[in-house]
Write a protein that binds this ligand. Structure first.
Ligand code: DGY
Length: 310
């Protein structure tokens, strides 16, 4: 992938690239961005007020992500900096990842694979390694936007699951098409066999999936997080699994990221962890990059962004 270099050069844009595969420290970020007019942010660097204030020419921040919890939108608005993200193009890939995790946890797939690696093939014949049927069970969606809706469609079509959701407003299309029902959080926790998070991370909902909340879930429930690691308290999740307050968990996002190799979640039964690959297919990442570059070029030319957050 040339990360859009050709398009940027053709548009007459001088590009400076941070080549290292890690988030920058705040100081590195300021040093790298101080003179730029536009910023294409791939990854989860914290784009805060201090950074924006230190970059007097900055007109546009283009995110190569749909999530924007790492950006201070209020500061950007005050400083007249446009911010764009990449909604829509990653809906299916992310819903596919959630669907993959639901099935992998329900069938204990990652753990049983580890057993084979430990020369323990017969483990799958033992009753404690049996999975859970998803057919006819209840899927609870926390935050029913386009990704949650795409997951609900998959779960309805393949497993005829009942769909309930907790959201600020009603999703009429999901109600009409899938018979989805909007419920309070307490009901979502009490009724769902699988709970999957598809909301934006905010200061209000950070850490919402904690010990108290896990204890309100069914003991047979599966917890899925493909949104942001900040939604769950990782120690509380480990305890909830160890104490069997819930049955299993599938994570594409961890808290913190990256997850360290000695994290107990990685060797627990009924747990599947992926390294934040929700949108990582060649097709989706290409579409995200195209959209992010469209937004960047529009912002640099003083035009409205295709997908503008502010
Ligand atoms: C997103 O687009 O927000 C994904 O989580 C990638 O970071």
């Amino acid at each position: 992938m040339d990360f859009g270099m050709e398009r940027l050069h053709k548009a007459g844009i001088d590009v400076t690239v941070w080549e290292e595969d890690r988030n920058l420290t705040p100081e590195e970020l300021v040093a790298h961005c101080q003179k730029v007019d536009g910023l294409l942010n791939v990854g989860m660097n914290q784009l805060n007020r201090e950074l924006m204030a230190a970059c007097p020419n900055l007109k546009v921040i283009s995110l190569h992500s749909v999530g924007y919890d790492h950006v201070d939108l209020e500061a950007a608005k005050e400083l007249g900096i446009k911010v764009g993200n990449t909604p829509g193009v990653l809906t299916n890939a992310t819903a596919d990842t959630a669907f993959l995790l639901i099935q992998s946890v329900a069938r204990n797939a990652f753990y049983l694979n580890h057993q084979i690696l430990e020369d323990n093939w017969k483990a799958s014949q033992e009753i404690e390694n049996f999975g859970i049927e998803l057919r006819g069970k209840t899927l609870g969606i926390f935050g029913l936007g386009s990704i949650g809706f795409a997951l609900a469609k998959r779960c309805k079509a393949v497993f005829d699951m009942e769909i309930i959701y907790h959201n600020r407003g009603n999703n009429e299309e999901a109600e009409k098409l899938l018979g989805a029902r909007r419920v309070e959080l307490e009901e979502l926790l009490a009724e769902s066999d699988v709970i999957s998070i598809h909301a934006n991370l905010t200061t209000e909902n950070t850490g919402i999936f904690n010990d108290e909340v896990f204890q309100q879930m069914k003991q047979s429930a599966i917890f899925i997080n493909t949104a942001r690691g900040g939604f769950h308290n990782e120690l509380d999740l480990i305890l909830a699994l160890q104490k069997k307050h819930i049955w299993g968990a599938g994570l594409d996002v961890t808290n913190p990221e990256p997850m360290h190799a000695d994290n107990p979640l990685l060797t627990m039964p009924h747990v599947c962890v992926l390294p934040h690959i929700g949108s990582a297919t060649l097709e989706t990442r290409t579409a995200m990059l195209d959209l992010a570059i469209d937004n960047l070029i529009a912002g640099l030319n003083g035009k409205p962004l295709k997908t503008e957050l502010i």
